[in-house]
Design a protein. Structure first.
Length: 158
């Protein structure tokens, strides 16, 4: 959203896009950031409790972040091109209840999104509101594979 804090409605859902996890992406990410055998090697993964090569949970979370930022940048650019004022997207304040519910395998296509669950005005920074949301990824079969709750700051109207 490029809207101001005052325009945000609890219950609003946004979809950020989808990403297909290829063998190359999985291995490249794991090599750099999570070099566990079941993310790097087919045979080791086959012998693991996952049964096949699968993406790092941190990889699924990183793609959520990438799509979230891209979504907001596109919305902001479109609003600016229409001549509309846009709110600054503030920093994240943290997350909780991070869950990797199901493995993400080669070829899985995840769709990512969020739902606004709460909002309040910041006590310490009155120019900002604090917005809470539940975030997720579902695979091509509609099965939730990843979820977490987060709190971010959103600019208030001047």
């Amino acid at each position: 959203m490029t809207v101001y804090y005052e325009d945000i409605e609890i219950g609003t859902e946004e979809l950020y896009g989808s990403f297909t996890f290829t063998e190359e992406h999985i291995i490249r990410f794991a090599t750099a950031y999570d070099p566990q055998a079941f993310h790097l090697d087919h045979e080791a993964a086959k012998a693991s409790h996952f049964g096949a090569l699968c993406a790092s949970g941190w990889h699924t979370a990183s793609i959520w972040m990438k799509l979230y930022v891209q979504h907001h940048q596109k919305q902001q650019l479109a609003a600016q091109q229409r001549g509309e004022a846009t709110a600054e997207l503030g920093p994240g304040l943290g997350f909780k209840n991070l869950k990797w519910i199901k493995p993400v395998y080669v070829g899985d296509r995840l769709s990512y999104g969020s739902k606004i669950t709460a909002k309040r005005i910041s006590e310490h920074r009155p120019r900002w509101g604090v917005v809470s949301c539940d975030n997720w990824a579902v695979n091509q079969d509609g099965v939730t594979v990843f979820e977490f709750s987060a709190t971010v700051m959103r600019e208030r109207r001047p």
